[in-house]
Design a protein around this ligand. Structure first.
Ligand code: M6R
Length: 608
């Protein structure tokens, strides 16, 4: 489970449950569909958990009734398995003596589970996390020391994790393990703490130690120790001071959720890359077999459909029809039949226009499938198959990380169908995959390297009366998405066109210094887009170009040039939208607006 949050505390004195509850509340932004807590009371575990927001679960179970001074807690934002009491953390082993909370994804959990079942373990939940509890239980049969058992168990686990594990037979200890998911120790005078985010313990201590990947730590009320998982050696690391306020850290140190979510994209892209393979293959198979394939979404999700139609065409030779959800029934309703497939895209899974299409298509016996970011959303119930983006909760009203993760999932589907249709060879498939694997890192460097320049552009654009966004080919969608971001949070009237269309009308609006943003990667449309730039330039437009860092010609004709790294054309929509998201964000901020709460908009539009 990505984007869940964990919290653990070992106190020298007093009940831990009230402190865990306060910490969980502070971590609620990271997940809110179920919550739970486990404490050690004497020689046994006490556990309370339930479905819903923390206050709702607390009302039902009364967290503070848990006794004991050592405990772990979790809030969950479901991806694998519906939110339910059984799937809520903490998760226990067969004996009920070991409890685990987890943030991350255990990639080899199916193999591990099969092996453990063969050894006689009984699984109760549908979570990937449960294998950890049983693995530790299994190791404890031979290895009597809890910490050593955890060190052995974790070596078998592949994937990402921030784990907190307790064992009722060694009641003072909490074992923490980290790889890829964040995990911090809080070193206090009256106890020690650990959490995905120091906000959970920021009022208890101002000393923290960030754990590194492949490290295991033990905290007790009186001491902490850190071990290398690989060598078992003890690591010495001194605590550092926390110089952040609880208010700041709730947004991960960012002033707004939107900016936080923009910068989360390297991670959300990584998670999209590791999407549930069997469902991906099944959706690819159904699209492959269908006579007609529609891609349907609203707003940003529609833009991902538009970009995707180029991906399916280029990589799979498959024609797909991208359609705005609110228009679908009028435009294509009468054409639906059992040979038609619809891939519906909705981050919330609750957009009324999209749900209406789903119900309508089901009535026509067409195949309804979905990509969504919310596992328990309505769209998952209306779809024959669905893929969960695993981008983590998106709180900012402007969709950012969910857009790029949708694009990546479409790309994976297009590759899968391309293989089936024999449009790409096994070798090309591997080659694309290698490039896809590098996306999170490239995205990270783009965000870092373009931010300053983008701020300068925002300063120039902030008082504009109209901004144009032009792109070609697959990046027509990028222009549309850049425009939507600017419109919805900075309220600057903006237009976007396929650059080839500009001379069929929109160019009439170009006056001296009208800002025109060109999305111009080094792809097959680069030559023609240069022509379009010249057309606008000769009419006085201010040319702002996003292009390849070594494209001297484009640089020369542009007034402002945002340098982008060389990349495969099919990947450019994922990368080129990043500076445009930042641009909308900084322009809104300079205009004194709150990008997280744009006027008239809601995160999910549940009315037609
Ligand atoms: O939840 P959905 O993806 O179905 O939402 C669709 C649109 O409402 C959404 O993309 C909207 O356009 C965003 N505000 C864009 O930033």
């Amino acid at each position: 489970m990505f984007m869940c949050r964990i919290f653990a505390a070992a106190l020298a004195e007093g009940k831990v449950s009230p402190i865990l509850k306060i910490g969980l509340k502070r971590l609620e932004y990271g997940g809110y569909d179920s919550a739970g807590m486990a404490t050690i009371n004497g020689d046994h575990l006490e556990i309370k958990k339930g479905v819903g927001k923390i206050d709702e679960v607390d009302k039902a179970v009364n967290f503070e009734s848990l006794e004991g001074n050592v405990g772990i807690a979790h809030n969950r934002w479901a991806t694998h398995g519906y939110p339910s009491v059984t799937n809520a953390h903490p998760i226990v082993d067969c004996t009920g003596n070991i409890a685990v909370v987890h943030n991350g994804v255990i990639e080899n959990f199916l193999e591990l589970k099969e092996d453990l079942i063969e050894k006689g373990h009984v699984f109760k939940s549908r979570t990937d996390t449960e294998v950890v509890a049983h693995l530790v239980e299994e190791e404890l049969k031979e290895e009597k020391d809890f910490v050593n058992a955890c060190l052995k168990a974790i070596k078998k686990v592949e994937g990402s994790y921030a784990l907190a594990i307790i064992y009722s037979k060694e009641p003072d200890k909490i074992v923490l393990v980290k790889k890829e998911s964040p995990l911090y120790l809080g070193i206090g005078k009256d106890g020690n703490f650990a959490s995905s985010d120091p906000v959970a313990f920021v009022d208890k201590t101002n000393l923290m130690i960030p754990l590194e990947d492949y490290e295991l730590a033990v905290i007790t009320p009186y001491y902490y120790k850190i071990y290398s998982i690989n060598t078992g050696n003890i690591i010495t690391r001194k605590p550092t001071e926390i110089n952040i306020t609880p208010q700041m850290i709730e947004k991960g140190g960012f002033p707004h959720y939107m900016l936080k979510e923009i910068f989360e994209q390297p991670t959300s892209l990584y998670y999209a890359m590791n999407i549930q393979k069997p469902y991906l293959e099944a959706i690819a198979e159904l699209m492959y077999r269908s006579k007609i394939n529609f891609l349907v979404g609203a707003g940003t999700s529609y833009h991902s459909c538009l970009a995707a139609s180029y991906m399916y065409s280029k990589l799979a030779g498959l024609a797909t029809i991208p359609v705005v959800a609110s228009e679908f029934i009028h435009q294509y309703g009468n054409t639906l039949d059992p040979d038609t497939s619809l891939l519906l895209v909705s981050q919330s899974g609750e957009t009324a226009d999209v749900l209406k299409v789903a119900s309508f298509a089901r009535m026509k016996a067409s195949t309804v499938m979905a990509i969504t970011n919310v596992v328990s959303s309505t769209i998952t119930r209306l779809s024959r198959l669905y893929l969960v983006q695993q981008a983590g909760p998106e709180i900012g009203v402007a969709a950012t990380k969910t857009y790029t993760s949708q694009l990546l999932i479409h790309l994976l589907l297009a590759l899968e169908i391309g293989k089936k249709r024999e449009k790409i060879s096994e070798e090309e498939f591997k080659d694309y995959f290698a490039k896809i694997r590098s996306i999170p890192k490239i995205a990270e460097s783009i965000l870092k390297n373009t931010e300053q320049k983008v701020k300068e552009v925002a300063e120039i654009l902030k008082d504009s009366s109209h901004i144009f966004y032009l792109g070609r080919g697959i990046n027509t969608a990028t222009a549309f998405e850049g425009r939507l971001k600017m419109l919805e949070i900075a309220y600057i009237p903006s237009s976007a066109f396929s650059a080839g269309e500009s001379k069929h009308g929109p160019i009439a609006l170009i006056e001296k210094n009208t800002p025109v943003i060109f999305v111009a990667p080094n792809d097959s449309s680069r030559r023609v887009i240069l022509g379009n730039i010249m057309e606008i330039k000769s009419r006085g437009g201010k040319i702002i170009t996003l292009g390849n860092s070594d494209d001297k010609e484009l640089k020369e004709v542009s007034d402002i040039y945002i340098e982008m790294p060389e990349s495969e054309d099919i990947l450019t929509p994922i990368l080129y939208v990043l500076p445009l998201q930042l641009l909308a964000y900084y322009t809104a901020v300079l205009r004194g607006l709150d990008p997280d709460k744009p006027r008239n908009l809601a995160k999910s539009v549940t009315v037609e």
